[in-house]
Ligand binder design. Sequence first.
Ligand SMILES: [Fe+2]
Length: 434
Amino acid sequence: MGRSWSLVGRAAMSWYRFLHIDSSVKHLLRADFQGRELWKCWMSNHLPAVTARRWKHGAPDSLNCSWLMHDQHLELKYSDMVMRLNYVWLRDHCRSASCYNPKTNQRSLDTAQVDLAIKPAKIRSDNDTIYITWPDNHMTKYDLSWLAKYSFEGQKQTVQRRILWNASVYKEAQMPYVTYNSVMESDEELKKFLEAFLLYGIAFIDEVPVSVEATEAVALRVGLIRESIFGRMWDFTSDFSRGDTAYTKVALDRHIDTTYFQEPCGVQLFHCLRHDGTGGRTLLLDGFHAAENVRQENPHNFEVLTKVPIKHEYIENVGGCHNHMIGIGPILNVYPWNNELYLMRYNNYDRTVISTVPHDVVHQWYVAHRALTTELRKPENEIWVKLKPGKVLFVDNWRVLHGRDAFTGYRRLCGCYLMRDDVLNTARFLGIKI
Ligand SMILES: [Fe+2]
């Protein structure tokens, strides 16, 4: 009990701290955007005269690169791009032999030793490179294209490209038909599968031998298995062997699995090895599509769901299984720099007592949760599939919700969770940009 309360207290504190930080960041961003507007205006009115007087150019006859030095940052114009590069950042990212080890791709420089008031002593450039000499005579050189790629201004705004779907969009999707043999033997086929999986958050591999072993083999082809309190490969029937509704025959409403882990499992596999009976169709729906609809219709509701920390809990005392898991985090998780969704934590079964926020925020949260639930329950957002032996379903458990019909008869399902980082690692190894 003491442990849970201290977790909740800490979550509440960090939420309030976050709100404070968030408003400071917004202020900074606002200032930056205002700065950009002023800059555009200033550029259009004064650029020719000022360029002649103050802008430093690299090669004398080239307009490819020019810069202005400010108190804490360098304003660098390269091709048609303007970058603002903080001096500490420029020193910290130095790729010289003493600052960076290209063999390990690790920083050797001790950032804490960099003077926070550091300023270049000298700057020069040629067409492709900028050379910065620091007050201690250390030289840093950057490829201009590297800066263009990794500067804030040059960063792509979306981390993971996705195609959000409802039933009709998914029906039109060109999902590849890949088989166990093709994926096991060909990197190209695996890549095809992963590209579709990363875009849509679900994908199938067909013609898989009907066994736990083959399911495990195809899982390992995609990523490392994440062991959990449910084991490595789970293989179960509706035998009530665990303290979870999944081990029964009743219908299960849409949900994300393992919201009670601090980091919910990233990817889940399902393989129905046998079903002699009726019902038991699998429900799938794109949680991010629903969340984006909430964002469009009522940004405040969306924001509340990204800010209020919610606790999920799993308590099990069945047979020899004694588990008590707690995960705390908002229902919608977004990257703070671009507000892109990356994780949804939606499970009304496992959501436990809300004790992380005061009563007025609680009410706002219920309103926002209702808006999201309404979206998630729209029939046009649902797809239903009957899992059959040989057909393995992969689900992005941070994005796509699953559920099922009630069923009758004997049903045997196996599967596992995968480590999300390792699935992405496989994708990058195959050349998928993510
Ligand atoms: Fe589930």
